[in-house]
Design a protein around this ligand. Structure first.
Ligand SMILES: *Cc1c(COP(=O)(O)O)cnc(C)c1O
Length: 246
């Protein structure tokens, strides 16, 4: 194992995930080839990302605009066919930068952000396809549109000529995810939306069996991330800050 190059190691991790994707897809009479694997490279630098690109991976996800601006222009100059997705929450004042940098945005979750994105897209004449993020577990501290407000947000996005690909969610961390994936799939069916961005390293096989078309996998491809800075006790901001694009 010590003679493995970084590309060999990346190719191995990629093969393990691809195999698991294929198995989960076949169990529900689908093909793994129909599911997009988004390699979530947040916190990992170009040295960690490059071997995975060289192993063939082409779709990457980040959760912070500024971190992506620092890492990706150079990598994309070298590999122009790489597709970059924003998978975290987005602040409205970063909408223009996000529209400039990303090919797909997964965190559209409120009318104010919708307006900012529509304005930013109009300004540069570019439509960036979006997933509507749903707060599927109705968690106070989580981003995402409330379930009851989601149909109106989808309608508003269509009205503003923002291409809506489908729905996205991050289920509650401490509960069985399957019911939440099933609920998101039901909501997407009711809205006639074809794609579902759901499933991370710990639950992507379950997500695929429940209809995921786009899975967002970080740890299983890159190894564990450095622990985030501890929230200041009582500030109540730690969990939000950790997932928010800044
Ligand atoms: C970090 C992150 C992921 C990937 O998580 P892993 O557990 O490392 O696979 C997926 N989706 C979102 C929104 C994330 O922030």
């Amino acid at each position: 194992m010590t003679t493995d190059t970084p590309i060999d190691a990346a190719a191995q991790r990629l093969a393990v995930v691809r195999d698991a994707m294929d198995r989960a897809a076949r169990l529900t009479d689908r093909s793994g080839d129909d599911i997009r694997l988004i390699a979530v490279s947040k916190t990992h630098d170009a040295t960690a990302i490059r071997p995975l690109i060289e192993a063939g991976q082409r779709i990457f996800g980040e959760n912070r605009v500024q971190e992506s601006q620092e890492k990706w222009p150079e990598l994309r100059a070298q590999w122009p066919d790489v597709e970059l997705h924003l998978v975290g929450q987005l602040q409205s004042n970063k909408a223009a930068e996000a529209v400039a940098l990303f090919d797909v945005i997964h965190g559209l979750d409120r009318p104010s952000l919708l307006s900012a994105l529509a304005k930013a897209m109009d300004a540069v004449g570019k439509r960036v396809p979006c997933f509507i993020q749903v707060n599927i577990g109705a968690e106070d501290q989580k981003g995402g549109c409330a379930i009851a407000d989601t149909p109106a947000l989808i309608a508003a996005a269509r009205e503003a000529d923002i291409p809506v690909l489908g729905l996205m969610c991050v289920p509650p961390a401490d509960l069985e995810p399957a019911p939440f994936f099933a609920l998101l799939a039901k909501m997407a069916r009711e809205e006639g939306l074809p794609r579902l961005s759901m499933g991370m390293s710990g639950d992507y096989e379950t997500a695929i069996m429940l209809g995921a078309t786009d899975i967002r996998v970080g740890t299983a491809l890159f190894g564990s991330r450095p622990a985030p800075a501890r929230p200041i006790p009582g500030s109540g901001r730690g969990m939000i800050r950790n997932s928010r694009a800044t």
